[in-house]
Design a protein around this ligand. Structure first.
Ligand SMILES: [Zn+2]
Length: 574
């Protein structure tokens, strides 16, 4: 799927040159067409409001037609800018402009077209569709594909380019939870057009719905009241399993990494069970010293050991009639495991140092972030206890595998902490949302919560949270082209992340001399040409650096250094 060798697009340099930012008079041009740089969020707001008032069906029609117009306009450029190129290269003007315009990343998977006969078939992969991204943010997962404007664009462009009616359809869409959008384009007649897209796009007499159409107010599905927000398949599967077993008294084993919310699952299970009126007692087996864990679990009678001055019940007795949550069960010492097993088998406990058996009615929910099967193999966990606990295992997925939930969670947490701390609700920039999705979340939901709470407290009112506020220690590439002072898009001077020093060295042949030279260059660049500051970075004195730099490399490097750097950043002395 990723090997696209036959369909490598030509350079888009010619197209970049068509985009002009006429900054002084407030206009942007794509060749002769006036363009707008509009916030995706603004267009998304329009889209959302149309969906809420007219319903998805009519909004889809409007957006397809808007996209169609844009695609149609761009097709005019294809044959003029690439008049000497191959048919495929000319065709690629549309997909490449669509990318430059920021709509989506386009990759051609299959392409068959013939100018003379009008035959056309294309399969395309879309990534980063703005529509899918925004739709999911506003409405969650959809059952139908949602890239309406993009589809309209592809249809409008190709139809104008081929001079016949070509219609595209999405066969997979990120909006439905797929990893990428997949579209197929072919002549209208070859489709079974049950959605009447042909009429919507190509029929000049098509009338958009009038106001007389009863407005259909669609409300986004409400989020669950608890913090257990999530629509990703793995998370939903876990939640559904939990709902299914909650009314029973079966033992449940929750597995998942630290911070995924195991205790919340356990509490919800309790709340949904017939025991909800009785106690929910939690104990973290890893947090209690080995020699005290049995007393904690089963209770003690006075005089059971030195220091046991009074009798007290253990957690089992406290949880009588309710639920006992045994967190980090994998850390329970072996002797305690043996006792626990007996309690589970007999539903009776005996306090430490006391002969009387007490009947207990407790539902057990255990949790672990360890691989208990492995612990069993290694003899650290009793196999019989494992089988006793592992009656219904529920795996809670880590946050990084819940891509579709991260934004919804972040927004819910922003609301919650803003209310809690009586602060305004900060917004997240699109780049921040993107960063949330691409971060690894080793601490899972707990890490996200801590992060959002801190940001709610520290973000000044009216400020949006950007990617660098979320993860100040991570480098965010602002890769891409910049607008030069002449109003042109240019890759030069763009803040592309420079390849690492090591990569560069390996590419240039790794010698001690080049290493030293590269290090000095890097330090001087970072110090913006200030030699004293560069020397400090390298742990050298200013004369030591100056000796190494000027005597050994300055002459050799002068040309390439000054050609790469802005002349104004010439070396200065501190
Ligand atoms: Zn899509």
């Amino acid at each position: 799927m990723s090997d696209l060798a036959p369909y490598i697009p030509p350079s888009d340099e010619d197209l970049r040159r068509l985009i002009r930012f006429s900054v002084d008079d407030g206009r942007i041009w794509l060749a002769g067409q006036r363009m707008l740089l509009i916030h995706a969020a603004a267009l998304a707001a329009l889209r959302r409001e149309l969906i809420m008032s007219l319903g998805a069906r009519y909004t889809r029609q409007y957006f397809m037609r808007v996209g169609f117009t844009a695609g149609h306009s761009d097709a005019a450029l294809a044959k003029t800018v690439r008049h000497d190129s191959s048919f495929f290269e000319k065709f690629m003007v549309g997909p490449q402009l669509h990318m430059l315009e920021g709509a989506v990343r386009v990759r051609i998977l299959s392409f068959t077209a013939d100018e003379v006969s009008g035959r056309f078939y294309a399969e395309v992969r879309w990534d980063h569709s703005w529509e899918a991204e925004m739709h999911r943010r506003d409405f969650g997962l959809s059952e139908e594909p949602v890239c309406w404007m993009l589809l309209g664009y592809a249809s409008g462009y190709t139809s104008a380019f081929m001079g016949r009616r070509i219609l595209y359809r999405e066969t997979a869409c990120v909006g439905c939870g797929h990893d990428f959008c997949h579209i197929i384009g072919k002549p209208l007649e070859e489709w079974n057009d049950e959605q009447e897209d042909g009429a919507i796009l190509f029929d000049r007499t098509y009338a958009p719905p009038q106001v007389s159409i009863p407005p259909r107010v669609q409300t986004a599905r409400p989020d669950p009241p608890s913090e257990l927000i999530g629509r990703s398949p793995a998370f939903r599967a876990a939640l559904e399993k939990l709902h299914a077993v909650a009314p029973t008294r079966v033992t449940v084993l929750l597995t998942g990494e630290t911070g995924v919310g195991k205790e919340r699952f356990a509490r919800l299970l309790h709340k949904l069970s017939p025991r909800a009126e009785n106690a929910f007692v939690a104990i973290n087996c890893a947090a209690i010293p080995f020699d005290l864990i049995e007393a904690e679990l089963f209770g003690v009678e006075r005089g059971a050991y030195t220091g046991a001055h009074t009798s007290r019940p253990g957690r089992f007795e406290l949880a009588h009639g309710g639920t006992l949550f045994l967190d980090e069960i994998g850390d329970l010492p072996l002797p305690a495991q043996a006792k626990l097993l007996r309690v589970l088998q007999e539903s009776k406990i005996e306090r430490l140092g006391g002969g009387r058996c007490r009947k207990v009615d407790v539902r057990i929910v255990a949790a672990t972030n360890r691989n208990l099967e492995e612990a069993v193999r290694e003899g650290r966990f009793r196999a019989d206890l494992f089988y006793r606990l592992n009656v219904v295992p529920i795996h809670i997925p880590p946050l990084r595998e819940r891509g579709e939930d991260i934004q919804a969670l972040a927004f819910a947490l922003l609301q919650r902490f803003a209310t809690l701390h009586d602060r305004p609700v900060p917004t997240l920039t699109d780049r921040a949302c993107h960063a949330l999705l691409h971060y690894d979340w080793p601490g899972n939901v707990r890490e996200l919560e801590n992060l959002i709470e801190r940001l709610v407290i520290t973000t000044p009112a009216g400020m949006a949270i950007d990617a660098s506020d979320l993860f100040p220690n991570l480098a965010f590439s602002r890769d891409g082209a910049i607008v030069t002072s002449h109003g042109l898009l240019s890759s030069e001077g763009s803040n592309k992340p420079s390849s690492s020093l090591v990569d560069e060295l390996i590419a240039n042949g790794l010698t001690l001399e080049t290493l030293e030279r590269k290090l000095i260059e890097e330090a001087i660049q970072r110090a913006r040409g200030n030699l004293s500051a560069a020397a400090r970075l390298l742990g050298l004195t200013r004369p030591q650096l100056s000796y190494r730099w000027e005597k050994k490399y300055a002459k050799r490097k002068e040309k390439s250094y000054s050609s790469r750097r802005n002349p104004s950043s010439s070396m200065t002395e501190a």
